[in-house]
Design a protein around this ligand. Sequence first.
Ligand code: SAH
Ligand code: SF4
Ligand code: F3S
Length: 440
Amino acid sequence: MAHSKYTILTYGCQMNESDSQRMGAQLEALGSEKTNVLDEADIILLNTCCVRESAENKIYGKIGEIKHLKQRNHELIFGIVGCMAQKEGDALFKRAPHIDFVLGTNNIHELNNIITDIRLSHHHMTKLAPADGGTPEEVAPPTGNSLSVWVPIMYGCNNFCTYCIVPYVRGREHSRPMQAILDEVEKYSQDGVKEITLLGQNVNSYGKDSADGDFADLLYNLDKITGLERIRYMTSHPRDLNDKVIETIKNSKHICTHFHLPVQYGSNRILKAMNRGYTVESYQQLVQKIRAAIPDCSLTTDLIVGFPGETDDDFQQMLSFLKQMRYDAAYTFLYSKRSGTPAASMENQVDDIVKKKRLAKLMAVQNEISLQINETFINKTVQVMVEGPSRTDASVYTGRTSTNKLILWQKCGTEKAGDILNVKITHPQTWILKGEAQYA
Ligand code: SAH
Ligand code: SF4
Ligand code: F3S
């Protein structure tokens, strides 16, 4: 594929980001070069998400936009990959005949073959392994000199929360062999990577389907790899986070002290209807245990408002729950009906206007808490790993604390991406904290 250029537009979660990196590596192995300019590309992939209707609508809009590029450039190959590809399959061709191929979530290793076949045949093609057909084949990890990389440790989800489409499009849980992960991360550390983020829909289930050891064992082994500064992971399911994991993190050198523990809701009635497998009380006990073991940790969560049957009383319980928990941050979502999931056919779907009002209230309550927590950092010095210049101002640098707080400062020294630096906080805000670098 000499002179070929590719663009991958990625929607959805970090698992998709990771798949996109791995697909990019495959295309580069064939001699295609990455471009961010859509007009220049002769291969365009949309890596798609279907977790909420809003994500799907955005993606259908983008699919429409690409039609005129196809009309101008007959050599352009346009493929849909990821979760919407898995969910919709061939139906996508009917909706948008300018799509050349659809590749499922367990088929990304077949990307180069399908592109070659299309160049020869000029026909639409679909490759879809069943979502629960098991094992996506290992794809060569991307190389390059990035500071931070995604590392999938398990695929799929067995939890079947009643609102969620992910188990249907990503299939059953399947863990990667421990040694394959350790070898991959070892190689990254030798290449100068400083931060890894382990990925899975429920990382605490890691190893349940193999004899290689569990999530705590994996963390323990990764912590010993030299050169790595920071080890992150997502997502933890509150039902499955056990004492061994907490102890391992507490005793580790490099595992970050940030707990993203999606609670989804703050009333037992709704948690039960969601099939989350824990109660408000057991969740609170877990958080108490974490905060007792690791007092400086940060805690973030995901919340859904407007789940079917949600009453004003449930919502009030949710607000007081938030005030008790005092999360550093919360990602808040409007419940979105996903056909085929149990919640989609539940009675008492909540009216859109009510949902939106509740969401606004929820965000206002949480934002105030986030700001209050960040304000406690004023005049304190935090340690960050430097990420580099901010998007809008090259003289302002950004970095993150181990607790995943985003810190900004005016660059006055020689710091570069990957360095560890102390920053004294001067202007805390809701989502970011501004400060002054403390040069030694
Ligand atoms: N496996 C992870 C996250 C998966 S999806 C976990 O269980 O935490 C990321 C987030 O999207 C979820 O945490 C949930 O808050 C939200 N989400 C999933 N399905 C949704 C739906 N149908 N409507 C609105 N939000 C949804
Ligand atoms: Fe969806 Fe629940 Fe699985 Fe997360 S744990 S991916 S919310 S089914
Ligand atoms: Fe979306 Fe698929 Fe991730 S549905 S949230 S991209 S697993």
